[in-house]
Write a protein that binds this ligand. Structure first.
Ligand SMILES: NC(=O)c1ccc[n+]([C@@H]2O[C@H](COP(=O)([O-])OP(=O)(O)OC[C@H]3O[C@@H](n4cnc5c(N)ncnc54)[C@H](O)[C@@H]3O)[C@@H](O)[C@H]2O)c1
Ligand SMILES: O=P(O)(O)OC[C@H](O)CO
Length: 332
């Protein structure tokens, strides 16, 4: 039987841990403090993020990285992108050298513009793991933890690592596909969050379904443009980690990114919304990194640039939308 370690007592980290442990596979989640590990173990649930969801017997929580990752075959990292690198640094010495390390985080690092697998490659030299993968797809955790069927993608240039990770995580409720195009899969998952912010703004302003469809479709165009320029296969963006996740996130009321966008449209400032949310809205942290990459590659990302103006440049929302619509007409 394989053993799985998880970094992140987050909604997604806990969800992945619970669904894998429900199949009788040993899962150990690493918590950042002894107090948190003790609380989670005593309650046998993550009352902060998934109240009422009982931990299966095969799931344990430990604040000791060496205990949590001892003999792990697979380590899933599901933390906000802004703390991804710091988390890897805290646990890396405890990772078994034959473990496959999978980023389940969707984001681009601010400052460097790096995808999470690039951060992993920076922090984990090749002798420290058996392969690096990324997991991404239309995966709203509330549905998955409620045993509703879902699909995802595990991507890696290392096909053997992706197939092993697929075998461990796949089930009749969580169908896992593999893909060799980790660049496309990671950009799809990270950039859709920015488009979901814009979809939320669109809903909050009551712009209607035509505008929303335009946001999703032109959003996919700019995601594809950037990903392709960075070396992705454009077909990846038509798959689960591209179009699939874009549809789920832009249309579901469960999406935190879309919620953040709706609040912006209602007049709340980004700081106020962030302070009021216990959950992460990754699009907010990803927009600067996306623009860094877009500038480096000479790619236009009008929707991402509009969201950057609204969130970070204090441009009034209506003016930013107006500027988006008044750009020079062009062929599709
Ligand atoms: N929640 C989902 O439905 C879902 C689905 C797929 C992917 N993701 C991705 O997973 C990543 C994490 O999102 P989430 O929704 O699980 O987070 P979340 O909103 O549930 O939790 C974020 C909070 O978790 C806490 N936390 C616990 N352990 C942590 C650790 N080791 N490092 C840092 N913070 C820790 C922090 O307080 C942090 O603010 C994001 O990149 C997100 O895009 C989430
Ligand atoms: O709630 P969101 O907006 O972070 O989206 C969650 C998942 O990424 C959807 O696939």
């Amino acid at each position: 039987m394989p053993k799985v370690g998880i970094v992140g007592t987050t909604t997604w980290g806990t969800t992945l841990g619970v669904i894998i442990a429900r199949r009788g596979i040993d899962v150990s989640i690493w918590a950042r403090t002894e107090a948190e590990a003790a609380t989670l173990e005593a309650a046998r649930e993550n009352a902060r993020f998934l109240p009422g969801v009982r931990f299966p017997e095969a799931l344990s929580v430990s604040a000791s990285p060496s205990e949590a990752f001892e003999s792990a075959d697979l380590v899933l990292i599901a933390v906000p992108s802004r703390t991804f690198r710091a988390n890897v640094r805290r646990v890396r010495r405890a990772l078994p050298p034959n473990a496959i390390v999978v980023s389940a985080t969707k984001g681009i690092e601010t400052g460097t513009g790096k995808r999470m697998s690039e951060v992993l490659a920076d922090e984990l030299p090749s002798g420290m793991h058996r392969g690096i993968c990324a997991l991404s797809g239309p995966n709203l955790s509330r549905e998955i933890i409620g045993s509703k069927p879902a699909s995802t993608v595990i991507a890696s240039a290392d096909v053997d690592a992706a197939c092993t990770a697929q075998r461990i995580t796949n089930s009749n409720l969580f169908r896992v596909y593999t893909n060799e195009d980790i660049v496309g899969v990671e950009f799809g998952g990270a950039l859709k969050n920015i488009i979901a912010l814009a979809a939320g703004v669109c809903d909050g302003l009551n712009y209607g379904d035509n505008a929303k469809a335009a946001i999703i479709t032109r959003g996919l165009a700019e995601i594809g443009r950037l990903a392709e320029a960075a070396g992705a296969n454009p077909l990846t963006l038509a798959g689960l980690a591209g179009m699939g996740d874009l549809i789920a996130t832009c249309s579901s009321s469960l999406s935190r990114n879309q919620y953040f966008g709706r609040r912006l449209a209602l007049g709340d400032s980004a700081e106020t919304i962030r302070a009021s949310m216990d959950n992460v809205a990754e699009g907010v942290d990803t927009v600067a990194g996306a623009i860094t990459v877009a500038n480096r590659l000479g790619i236009e990302m009008p929707i991402a640039q509009t969201m950057h103006k609204i969130i970070f440049e204090s441009v009034p929302l209506e003016r930013a939308v107006q500027e988006l619509m008044e750009r020079a007409p062009r062929p599709e």
